[in-house]
Design a protein around this ligand. Structure first.
Ligand code: TYD
Ligand code: MG
Length: 453
C-alpha cells in the first residue's frame, strides 16, 4: 500500500498548497484551503480494468490529419445546436453550469429523450424512478435513452463498455468519485480526477460527454477553475427562477462562437424552444405607457427586440437610488451622468429604476439610446409613440454612436412591424428600400426634442 499523500487545495480556485494557509494567495479568499487526500501513485486510465492495452499516439503532419470525423451530431434541439456551434462534436466534453433549479437536468434529459442515438444518462443525484417521473412530464419517450444511477467512475465505465452509448450525459460532475482518489465526492481533487478520466474516455472513443456542473454562490462553476480549462465547451444556463425564460450561453467553445444564445421557456411539460424571442419580449399593450422604450439588439448572430422600462421618481432619501434588473448598473450611472452633464436634464435628485422585461440580461451597447429615452419618457411622463424603436450607443459627450450589424437590427424591427427606428448618423446602412423609416441622429438632445418636444 502506497503512502497516503495529502495536499491542500483552495476550494474556490483550485490552487494547490503544501501547507495549510488561512488566505489563498491566488484568489485572496479566506478559509477556503482544505486538506485532501491524493494518491497519484496508483492512478490508471478509464479502461485499465477492462482493457489494459495502451495506445500511444504518434505525431502526424497537420495536412495528414483527417477532419472527416468532425461531422457534428445533431441534438435535434435548434437552440442547443446553435449554442454549440452546430451540434455536438464527437469526443467533445461539454460542461453545463447553472444555478440549482434553473433546469439543467430537465434540459439534458429532454434532449436525451429526443435523440435517435443511444444516450446514456447517468445521474448521481436522482433515482431512476425520479428521472422516469420527470421524463413522463416531458413526454416524447425514446427507446434509445438509458438511465443509470451511479457515482463511481469505474462502474460508469463498465456500464459504458457494456452498453456502447453514442452520447453520455453526467448529472453532475460534483457527485462523481473515482477509486484512485480518497477524498470526498465534490472535492477539488475528485472533480479534477473524474474529469480527467472522462476526457480520456471521450477522446479515445470519440464519444461526446455532457457534464452538469453546480455553480457557487458567486456564479462560477463549483470546483477548480481548471475544470473549465479541461473541457472543450462551457455552457451556462441562466434565468431568473421567478420568470419562465431561460437563456443558454457558451462561455467557452473550442468548436464554435461564444456569442450565440439559446432561449427556452420553462413550461409544465419541460422546456420549450423559443425560436422567435422578439415577440415574447415585448409586452402587448395597446396603449403606450410612459417609461418604456424598445431597443433592437443583437445577441450573437441573432437580432432581438427588447423592451426597456424605466421609472424615475423623486428621491425620498438624501441619496438617490439607482437600481437595475438585467442591465449593467454602472452603465446606467454613466448614462445618467451624460444626461445630467451634456443635455442638462436634472436627474440628481431622482430615483431611477431600470428593468429589462422577460427577466433576461443583455449586454449590448446598442441599448443605450433606448435606456436614455425610457428614462426621459418616465421623467416627463410622456409616452414614446408606438412603433418607434432605437439602436444606437451613446458616448460620454452625449453623441449618438454607430453600432455593429445595423442592417440586421433594422430588418428585425421592420419584420415586427415597427414604423420608425433611430440610429446613429455615422452608421453605414447598406439596405436599399425599407418600409421602416430610419431616422439618423447625432446628439441625444435631437432625439429628446423630437420625441418629447
Ligand atoms: P431541474 O432540471 O431539476 O433543475 P437543475 O437540474 O438545474 O437543478 O429543474 C427544476 C425546475 O424546473 C423545478 O423547479 C420544476 C421545473 N420544471 C418545470 O417547470 N416543468 C417541467 O416539465 C420540469 C421537468 C421541471
Ligand atoms: Mg438537477
Amino acid at each position: 500500500m502506497a503512502k497516503t499523500k495529502t495536499a491542500f487545495f483552495c476550494q474556490n480556485c483550485g490552487t494547490q498548497y503544501a501547507k495549510w494557509v488561512g488566505q489563498c494567495t491566488a484568489c485572496k479568499e479566506w478559509n477556503t484551503v482544505v486538506e485532501e487526500v491524493i494518491q497519484k501513485s496508483e492512478k490508471a486510465s478509464w479502461k485499465t480494468e477492462i482493457n489494459p492495452v495502451k495506445k500511444t499516439s504518434k505525431p502526424l503532419r497537420i495536412n495528414e490529419i483527417s477532419t472527416e470525423k468532425e461531422i457534428r451530431l445533431n441534438t435535434f434541439d435548434i437552440e442547443f445546436n446553435r449554442v454549440l456551434g452546430g451540434g455536438l462534436v464527437p469526443g467533445a466534453l461539454v460542461l453545463l453550469g447553472g444555478e440549482p433549479g434553473v433546469g439543467k437536468s430537465t434540459l439534458l434529459l429532454q434532449i436525451a429523450l429526443k435523440l435517435p442515438y443511444k444516450t446514456l444518462y447517468i445521474s448521481g443525484e436522482e433515482s431512476q424512478k425520479q428521472i422516469k417521473m420527470r421524463a413522463d412530464r416531458i413526454h416524447p419517450q425514446s427507446e434509445n435513452c438509458l438511465i443509470l444511477t451511479e457515482t463511481k467512475t469505474q462502474n460508469i465505465f463498465k456500464q459504458i463498455v457494456a452498453t456502447e452509448p453514442d452520447i453520455v450525459v453526467i448529472d453532475s460532475i460534483q457527485t462523481l468519485h473515482t477509486d484512485y482518489i480518497e477524498s470526498a465526492a465534490g472535492s477539488i481533487s475528485q472533480i479534477r480526477e473524474c474529469t480527467a478520466e472522462l476526457i480520456k474516455f471521450a477522446k479515445e472513443t470519440n464519444t461526446p460527454v455532457i457534464l452538469i456542473g453546480h455553480i457557487t454562490k458567486d456564479g462560477s462553476i463549483a470546483g477548480p477553475k481548471i475544470l473549465e480549462h479541461m473541457v472543450d465547451t462551457v455552457l451556462q444556463f441562466e434565468g431568473d427562477r421567478n420568470y419562465v425564460y431561460r437563456i443558454l450561453r457558451a462561455l467557452k467553445n473550442r468548436f464554435g462562437s461564444t456569442s450565440e444564445l439559446g432561449i427556452y421557456e420553462m413550461q409544465g411539460g419541460g422546456l420549450r424552444q423559443v425560436n422567435n424571442p422578439s415577440e415574447i419580449l415585448i409586452s402587448k399593450n395597446d396603449t403606450s405607457l410612459s417609461g418604456t422604450a424598445i431597443a433592437s439588439t443583437v445577441e450573437g448572430l441573432r437580432p432581438l427586440m427588447i423592451e426597456i422600462q424605466a421609472l424615475v421618481s423623486t428621491a425620498v432619501y438624501g441619496t438617490p437610488q439607482r437600481s437595475t434588473t438585467g442591465y449593467n448598473s454602472k452603465r446606467l450611472n454613466m448614462l445618467l451622468a451624460v444626461l445630467e452633464k451634456r443635455a442638462g436634464f436634472k436627474l440628481g435628485a431622482k430615483d431611477v429604476f431600470l428593468n429589462i422585461t422577460g427577466g433576461i440580461t443583455v449586454d449590448d451597447p446598442a441599448l443605450d439610446l433606448a435606456v436614455i429615452t425610457a428614462i426621459l419618457s418616465s421623467n416627463s411622463d410622456i409616452p414614446i409613440e408606438k412603433g418607434i424603436c432605437f439602436a444606437a450607443e451613446v458616448g460620454l459627450a452625449g453623441e449618438i454612436r454607430p453600432v455593429q450589424r445595423i442592417d440586421q437590427r433594422i430588418i428585425e424591427a421592420e419584420k415586427l412591424g415597427f414604423k420608425t427606428i433611430y440610429v446613429s448618423k455615422n452608421n453605414k446602412i447598406s439596405l436599399k428600400s425599407t418600409n421602416i423609416e430610419v431616422l439618423l441622429a447625432t446628439k441625444i438632445e435631437d432625439v429628446a426634442n423630437a420625441l418629447f418636444g
